[in-house]
Design a protein around this ligand. Sequence first.
Ligand SMILES: Nc1ncnc2c1ncn2[C@@H]1O[C@H](COP(=O)(O)OP(=O)(O)OP(=O)(O)O)[C@@H](O)[C@H]1O
Ligand SMILES: [Mg+2]
Length: 338
Amino acid sequence: MTTIATEKTEAERAASPAAGVKAAGMPSSADSRSADAHSAGTGAVLRPAPSATPAQPASAPKHAPAETPKPAPSDPEASGAARTQAAPPPAFYTKDLSVFYGEKQAIKHVSMAFPDRQVVALIGPSGCGKSTFLRSLNRMNDLIPGASIQGEIWIGGQNICDSKTDVVRLRQKIGMVWQRPNPFHKSIYENVAFGPRYHGVKSKAALDQLVEECLRKTALWDEVKDRLHQSGLALSGGQQQRLCIARSIAVKPDILLMDEPASALDPVSTAKVEELIAELKQDYTIVIVTHNMHQAARVSDKTAFFFLGDLVEYDETNKIFTNPSRKSTDDYISGRFG
Ligand SMILES: Nc1ncnc2c1ncn2[C@@H]1O[C@H](COP(=O)(O)OP(=O)(O)OP(=O)(O)O)[C@@H](O)[C@H]1O
Ligand SMILES: [Mg+2]
């Protein structure tokens, strides 16, 4: 995999919208087979990790990491500890993250922290890089020919951009739910049991218990308990999406990434998925991409507005939707562009 060295100059970076956000003291700022295996938290058909660590910028950015990167709790900038001593450490954070497709830079120097067991919504016009950013968080962009990453993503004291990262384990810990429900061509039971079995759960009793637990957590158990051995594809679209969420949580992830998980669903199914997100955040840190501003306002604790690959503004959801700091955020949420 080629890493494209197209770093911005300091002057260019200072002129970018995200730079203003940082200055204001904000948190500084497939193929279907692969996607399916990943969705089960196995990463079974995934390519190996790239062989090189991300290239270091020619000139260190203002928020360059310390020479020996520290785990999340001791990183004041990313954790927000500089602002609030008692702020809990984030579940994970990115530092100066850039993503390229060939020479095209789709994500530009994004630094942001994701609070533990909260929901963060990523919003912005089509093509601004939301999915690219989301996929980079569990190295799914590794699967795209020509894609490369610079910068850091710190989870549990580990920079997952490091070439030593076990991507199979990583994708077990960081689950993904796609826009279109993509159950396996297997039974409802097997959809949920597949990931745990792959990761070594052999006992039928343990699998039975896990399947029931995950289907209960996704509010699907009562609807499917009498037909567990029917095809997952025989469910409605909304049920299929909840089955995919059940499949994701079956491998006990810490973080769930959701790319427009309700955009293909009817309003009733959408409401169920939103209720589910509210439930799941008790146990998981969730990042959700959505084009639905009402949905972002309803489900998220914090919202990040992206534009042309820049993180323009990132703040409490209430603040973003009532009193955003940046005009472009205001224009976007008011429907004046995008
Ligand atoms: N596989 C790819 N190869 C090359 N360029 C890509 C690829 N995927 C995305 N891009 C480009 O990267 C940029 C960001 O795309 P991305 O899909 O991340 O945007 P998005 O914000 O998720 O858009 P949408 O809201 O339409 O889903 C776009 O310019 C897009 O054309
Ligand atoms: Mg997208």
